[in-house]
Design a protein around this ligand. Structure first.
Ligand code: HSE
Length: 379
């Protein structure tokens, strides 16, 4: 099978390298920006790839919704199989692209878009054939995991941890997507769509790690707790619940041993029970390895079925206790189980509250110029 690669950045170079030695796969062309065609195999025209009948499949690893959406649509219409690591693309346009793939009789696979090297969506799509997925999620962003681990175990500050994650090729081109929780949210959107045929496109609750400070980390550590950015998803009537927020785990929880850029993806199947996958969630070769795996899965179990459709997420039934650090003036917004004054702040544990209500309270405080950090207490 001859493969064209769209994009020649961190992941694109990894895929190109791996294609050289992958049995049964062959290097085709690489799509680069105009003016960057400095080698024989590089082209800047998507038509050149679509019109090349020797190319069977396209690996899209350029990121972003456009022009990736236009290029992937062109490839599918030209009856090329498509594999992609682009979660922004699949989260925004997955239903439409899946329809195009079905119409043209080709595969559309995106295991590399969720969990880096971790074969989460791959196995989830197979699990849905004979099991009911009761819940899913876990740690699905390598950048924030690297940052939280580095802040906690090496005493790094936020800016230094982010800068190293960028240098190591873990972060997105604009790392806001990582630290805001948007990247993790896109991944739980895809997982819900694979598991339930329901792609949530609105109604989320999303909290990243942008508000965390070294003082917060010191405080958790003194309490024997470890912070991780965690995604949660599951069925909620005709819809799904899907949210992202920091969670504090006590020593001994499996999440505490997920270090550096690793992810921990999990689901609970009615028949299988708890299934957990741990592996590198970001980086050149971990992500490229998932792209290559998807190429080998072309023609097999589809990731989205013909029933996949968009829904509005419903998080109203999800309830947790929360750790909160806020300014003293905002403390009355919360029903604390226990709290203490720490300089100008109040820190404490809030009684169980709906996820939606907690996220709305934090938004209201920030809209009024206040500062708050919150993290769910491990369930
Ligand atoms: N920026 C992403 C992460 C890359 O850190 O997880 C892999 O999807």
């Amino acid at each position: 099978m001859k493969v064209a690669v769209l994009g020649f950045g961190t992941v694109g170079v990894g895929v190109w390298d791996m294609l050289e030695k992958a049995p049964g796969l062959e290097r085709g062309l690489v799509l680069v920006r105009a003016g960057k065609e400095n080698e024989d195999f590089k082209v800047s025209s998507m038509e050149a790839i679509c019109n090349d009948e020797s190319i069977d499949a396209v690996a899209e690893v350029m990121g972003g919704v456009e022009p990736a959406f236009s290029y992937v649509s062109m490839a599918l219409k030209a009856k090329k199989h498509v594999v992609t690591s682009n979660k922004a693309l699949v989260a925004a346009k997955g239903v439409e692209l899946n329809k195009l793939a079905i119409e043209n009789g080709v595969s559309f696979l995106f295991s590399a878009a969720c969990g880096g090297a971790v074969p989460f969506l791959h196995n989830l799509s197979i699990a849905t054939l004979d099991d009911e997925i009761e819940s899913l999620g876990g740690i699905l962003n390598g950048t924030t995991n690297f940052m939280l681990d580095s802040m906690q175990s090496e005493g790094m500050d936020y800016a230094e941890a982010l800068s190293i994650a960028q240098k190591l090729g873990y972060a997105e081109a604009d790392p806001t997507a990582d630290v805001s929780g948007m990247d993790a949210l896109r991944k739980i959107m895809l997982a819900c769509a694979v598991a339930y045929d329901k792609l949530p496109v609105d109604g989320f609750s999303r909290e990243g790690i942008e508000s965390i400070t070294a003082a917060d980390v010191n405080d958790f550590q003194a309490m024997g707790l470890t912070a991780r950015l965690v995604t949660s998803g599951g069925e909620a009537g005709d819809s799904v619940y899907a949210y992202v927020e920091p969670v504090l785990f006590s020593a001994g929880a499996a999440e505490c041993s997920v270090l550096k850029n690793f992810n921990m993806a999990k689901y609970f199947g009615k028949n299988s029970g708890s299934i957990v996958y741990i592996g590198q969630g970001a980086g050149r070769y971990p992500t490229a390895s998932a792209v290559i795996r998807d190429l080998y899965c072309i023609g097999g179990v589809p990731m989205f079925t013909d029933k996949v459709h968009e829904v509005v997420a419903d998080n109203s039934a999800c309830v947790h206790g929360y750790y909160v650090r806020c300014e003293a003036k905002d403390a009355a917004s919360f029903d604390f189980e226990e709290s203490r004054v720490d300089g100008e702040n109040v820190r404490g544990i809030v009684k169980p509250i709906a996820v939606t209500a907690m996220h709305e309270k934090a938004k209201a405080i920030r809209d009024n110029g206040g500062k708050i950090f919150f993290a769910a207490m491990e369930k």
